[in-house]
Design a protein around this ligand. Sequence first.
Ligand SMILES: C[S@@+](CC[C@H](N)C(=O)[O-])C[C@H]1O[C@@H](n2cnc3c(N)ncnc32)[C@H](O)[C@@H]1O
Length: 415
Amino acid sequence: MDNAPGMTTKNSDNTPSPEQQLRDGMAQRLIELGAARSARVVAAFRSVPRHLATPDVDMAKCYEAEFAAVTKTDSTGVDISSVSAPRVQAMQIEQADIQPGMNVLEMGSGGVNAAYLAEVVGEQGHVVTVDIDRDVARRAEDFLKATGYRNVTVITADGEHGVPDRAPYDRIVVTVQAADIPPAWVHQLKEGGRLVVPLRMRGMTRTVAFVRDGERLVSDGFELCGFVPMQGAGENRMRMVSLHEVEGEEIALRLDGHPEPDAEALRAALGMPRVEAWSGVTVAGDESTEHLDLWLATALDNLPLMAAKIAARKRGLVASVSPIGVPTLVDGDSFAYRTARPTDDPERFELGAIGHGPQGNKVADRLMGEIQVWHGDHRKHRAHIEIHPAGTPDEQLPAGRLIDRPHTRVTITWP
Ligand SMILES: C[S@@+](CC[C@H](N)C(=O)[O-])C[C@H]1O[C@@H](n2cnc3c(N)ncnc32)[C@H](O)[C@@H]1O
């Protein structure tokens, strides 16, 4: 069997090898999911022997479109390094619109994604991949050596400062969750170049494709995603405030710059009977609420996410759970979270809000009202996101939700 970069592997009788069949199957699935769209990206996913990066993982598993192989977890149990799922890698590479011959910087290494980038830029292009973790960088280097990708440079450093030696870049692809955009990323990107970054905005992470326009970055589409949190100078994790602590049934609010809640009052509220407010707005069972949730985060000031264990729902403590959290409007001693219920049409669900606490009714009505506003005014549209340097005066910013971070002012605007 031949294993040179850029080549598919075959048995001696010229039929595809078993691992090639796995790769072809994965590439087909990525096309079906809409994650891989261009011929060069599909070819890259048919070529790279990604299973060699995670030898402890079953080979077939490595080629599942949604499987991310966690390679490191910190002392608190938070995953801090992984080889991202093929679907997410393909989605980001498509977002970046990478062309042959380009100079690309990847933040966060694993080896596999750098190999895909190397395939797409081709021999005339170059990829730099940087990881803050020496072990990760070393593993990435070994993988790239073993698989023969020579147009990739692996660097161990904090990506906060970019990699100035190889700048400017046509594209920067960030594969770790960022709460802010350091100036180095903007300045090391060519004018008109694309920066793809999993940006956390008021708790909600979307991998956003930005285009550089001078000192400003302007969004050109975004996708729902989950990534491990940034380490180093840009570390900025969400804060958890517990509402229910019984082991296995934990419920907590995840704060991202939201006001400090009155945890004691909210714990008491959770124990009070729930009230419901239904919007009449329906969604299909397989329809994502990602745009609705971003609208709610734009429209409402105090909307952290409520994360709960499935056992908490089974016990009837909450009606909705999600590993990333459910948007939850907090107002003093009361709160309300987004939920959905079945309708007569088995394919559709009605959106609504469940409130708790002395003002549960009022808070649930407000959340439900914003679901109706989204449906009436914004459902057909997508949010527009811009990044401006910190210190930009308000009057020079687009109207809309403003998120201030140490380096930047992020704006979310709806048409
Ligand atoms: C999801 S993994 C990267 C996956 C990889 N791109 C792949 O091939 O699929 C995220 C990586 O970002 C790294 N990371 C976290 N903070 C960083 C920082 N400030 N600078 C550079 N790398 C960082 C972590 O060590 C981790 O290995």
